[in-house]
Design a protein around this ligand. Structure first.
Ligand SMILES: Nc1ncnc2c1ncn2[C@@H]1O[C@H](COP(=O)(O)OP(=O)(O)O)[C@@H](O)[C@H]1O
Ligand SMILES: [Mg+2]
Length: 394
């Protein structure tokens, strides 16, 4: 079926462009809330298409496909930030409400635009510059020192599009491509962070906002592998300032739906901890997967409520700690036997799998475990994720 069937009782249809796991994980909450989902999917076997009856196949870059899809929806939102500006403009012109709006989404699509805007707002950022030539790279390195971090402004994810470089020569290919595309490169100082944190919140079109507690995110090779909620031993004052910055960014940029603000926690010469912003995402985010089981309102439900301008749900945690461990694709394509074992070994572990083919390093699921003992939860979540992906067999 490609046309969404509306539930009786006046309930709306929420359209999601993109059929990845984030769209898929909206399906449970949508069903519970009595909403109908429709997904513009990359193919019939896209993660969300497997569980959402109305999943027409089409490209997010194809304006005609996106408009035809949106015509059957009451609001349109996104599974990723890759819909081009001209397609977004046509979508808005067609009259369907779009959340987040293209004006806001721009700052999650383009890391240079994000840096410019946050700097103008006085939000703390790493030192950064736009580079178009090797001379620009040398000049910036003279200020901040090697190595530095180079980023393609658009299209990156899971560390693709991010490089730590020790010389301008390493960027020759990237600079040539950036020059061709006219986009430039984003250069940043390599921040000597203590750890990575994330603020996650939702904001509705009427301006209501609700934030979950600040979490610690652990990245391995640029991919998020573990989230600790809330961030252990976080200075309450730093936490409050980080949430305040997130709420301010959401308000100033007019963000609607879920906003993730990735942060680096840094420690000054005086021993005081502070933060700088790494990047923004305007959709449910990996740093919020813990909320599905660990908070009164999970991020997927909250995103649906926000884009529909419904009153937001309570973001309070249900347990002192929740640990999320990502399941990355490993050596074994057959997950069913391993997940069976995990369920038997740890009935308290909540296993979420995305219906995706196993490819090495690909995010294919996650495990949430909640309770009182953080060390025990980390062990259990990590073991379950490792076992499912075939890293451990005991
Ligand atoms: N300026 C920086 N200094 C140090 N590490 C960085 C910096 N920028 C990014 N990183 C590391 O690279 C990871 C991915 O970068 P990010 O900009 O978040 O790209 P992506 O869009 O792929 O998530 C970050 O989570 C962090 O671990
Ligand atoms: Mg990131």
């Amino acid at each position: 079926m490609t046309t969404p069937r509306r539930a009786p009782g006046g309930f709306p249809v929420v359209g999601i462009v993109g059929g990845g796991q984030l769209a898929r994980m909206c399906a449970g909450p949508a069903a519970e809330l009595g909403l109908t989902l429709s997904v513009l999917a990359e193919g019939p076997d896209a993660s969300a298409a497997l569980v959402v009856p109305s999943s027409p196949v089409g490209e997010h870059t194809d304006a005609e496909a996106v408009l035809a899809f949106a015509a059957a929806c009451d609001v349109v939102t996104f599974d990723h930030e890759h819909v081009p500006a001209d397609v977004l403009a046509e979508l808005v012109a067609s009259g369907v409400p779009v959340h987040p709006t293209p004006e806001a989404l721009r700052f999650a699509q383009d890391k240079l635009a994000m840096r410019e805007r946050l700097t103008a707002l006085g939000v703390p950022c790493p030192r950064w510059v736009r580079a178009d030539t090797a001379a620009d790279v040398e000049a910036f390195a003279a200020q901040v020192g090697w190595p530095l971090v180079a980023k393609t402004p658009r299209g990156g994810y899971d560390g693709k599009g991010v490089a730590v470089v020790a010389s301008a020569a390493e960027l020759t290919g990237w600079l040539a491509r950036a020059q061709e595309a006219g986009t430039g490169l984003l250069l940043e100082e390599k921040v000597p962070f203590r750890r990575e944190l994330a603020v996650l919140l939702a904001r509705s079109p009427s301006g209501q906002a609700a934030a979950w507690p600040v979490v610690e995110t652990v990245q391995t090779d640029g991919i998020c592998t573990e989230v600790l909620a809330p961030a252990p031993d976080l200075d309450p004052d730093l936490s409050a300032r980080a949430v305040e910055a997130g709420l301010r960014v959401a308000g100033e940029l007019g963000v609607t739906g879920v906003l993730a603000v990735e942060l680096f926690e840094v420690v000054g010469a005086d021993g005081e901890a502070s933060f700088v912003v790494n990047e923004l995402a305007m959709r449910p985010h990996n740093s919020g997967h813990w909320t599905m089981d660990g908070a009164v309102t999970g991020q997927f439900e909250q995103h649906l409520r926000a884009v529909l301008d419904l009153p937001l749900g309570d973001p309070t945690p249900r347990a002192p700690w929740t640990v999320m461990a990502n399941v990355l694709g490993g050596e074994y394509p057959d997950l069913y036997p391993t997940y069976r074992h995990v369920m038997a070994r740890d009935p308290g572990a909540k296993v979420h799998l995305y219906g995706k083919d196993v490819r090495p390093g690909r995010k294919i699921g996650h495990v949430n475990v909640s309770g009182d003992d953080l060390a025990d939860l980390r062990e259990r979540a990590g073991h379950a994720a490792d076992y499912i992906q075939g890293v451990v067999t005991e």
